[in-house]
Design a binder for this molecule. Structure first.
Ligand code: 8YV
Length: 312
């Protein structure tokens, strides 16, 4: 079968895909244009896209479409119109397990950086503004003894909670469907009120857009920290920047943004925002494992086996 891969992938993954399929790789590793995606849908049996490819209803209903499988490289599939995929008989798979630990690690990294003011400190030092040690210099907050509120309770949330417990944190969570597990809090509002650190682990898409808005931020403690490793649009960036500037919450640690790669200019101006360029799954081990998981799904599809990670 013929496969189109929209971005360059780790070498071991490209080698496996080449051994299994008549695979074409995007040569310049730039995001694909709409025309390029249309051509790929018409010319190949399967597509392996990433978060930078928007596969909307028109693309999925494209006349003359040949592609029958979209094997997404990544867990989040909010860039793919799943209802349109379903309606047009296009199968969609994702790579949920491969990136759990790497993303939980980034959530903890952001918590530590925000709580201990690491970005701010490094900027001060590199700018030659560090006046030397003093007892009250750049005091942050401890994580131990604090409460972590997990919004969503899937794989990454749980892995983040386990790590936070090792830092001596109390871990509570809220999810759409009650988990029935210890630490479950009935409403998002109560979770926001109780948490010292609020960490987001919900999928993107219309159902979670601006879940964290000005009203929810108002419920948070003035000392609270917001962490987002999920999807940018879950947070109203303008409302968050205004809260950070006004001292209504203490800090934020973000890995994802509403309009990537653009970042709200007001956030860029906030000293108390730690801002990473969507590094959640960016380790060689994880990106390789994601590619291998996508390859497993492709292989299962074309050999008529059950798909390990079907989402539509
Ligand atoms: C990926 C992610 O790097 O898997 C996800 O949902 O957000 C990232 O970790 C990205 O999706 C790759 O397509």
């Amino acid at each position: 079968p013929s496969l189109y891969v929209t971005r360059r992938l780790p070498g071991a993954v490209e080698a496996r895909l080449t051994s299994l399929f008549d695979a074409s790789f995007n040569p310049d590793d730039a995001p694909r244009t709409r025309i390029e995606l249309e051509n790929a849908m018409r010319e190949h049996d399967a597509i392996l896209p990433t978060i930078t490819d928007r596969l909307d209803a028109d693309l999925l209903a494209l006349p003359g479409r040949r592609a029958r499988l979209i094997a997404n490289f990544g867990a989040g599939v909010d860039h793919i119109d799943l209802a349109a995929a379903q309606a047009n008989g296009v199968v969609v798979t994702n790579t949920p397990d491969a990136l759990t630990d790497a993303t939980a690690d980034i959530a903890i990294l952001l918590m530590l950086m925000a709580a201990r003011r690491a970005g701010e400190g490094e900027r001060e030092l590199r700018a030659g503004r560090w006046a030397g040690w003093r007892p009250t210099h750049m005091m942050g907050q401890a994580m131990g003894g604090k409460t972590l509120g997990l919004v969503g309770y899937g794989r990454i949330a749980r892995a983040t909670g386990l790590r936070a417990a090792a830092f001596g944190m109390r871990v509570i969570h809220h999810s759409r469907r009650p988990s029935g597990e210890p630490g479950y809090v009935d409403t998002l509002e109560t979770l926001a009120e109780e948490a010292d650190i609020l960490s987001l682990h919900v999928p993107g898409g219309a159902g979670t857009r601006h879940l964290v808005d000005a009203a929810l931020i108002t419920r948070m403690k003035p000392s609270a920290i917001l962490i987002n490793t999920a999807r940018g649009p879950v947070v109203d960036e303008a409302a968050l920047a205004s809260a950070l500037r006004g001292g209504r919450i203490a800090a934020a640690g973000l890995d994802v943004y509403e309009r990537e790669p653009a970042v709200h200019p007001d956030l860029l101006a906030c000293e108390n925002a730690v801002l990473l360029p969507h590094l959640g799954s960016a380790t060689i081990e994880t990106r390789t494992a994601m590619g291998m998981q996508a390859a497993d799904n492709l292989e299962a599809f074309f050999t008529g086996r059950e798909l390990p990670n079907r989402v539509a």
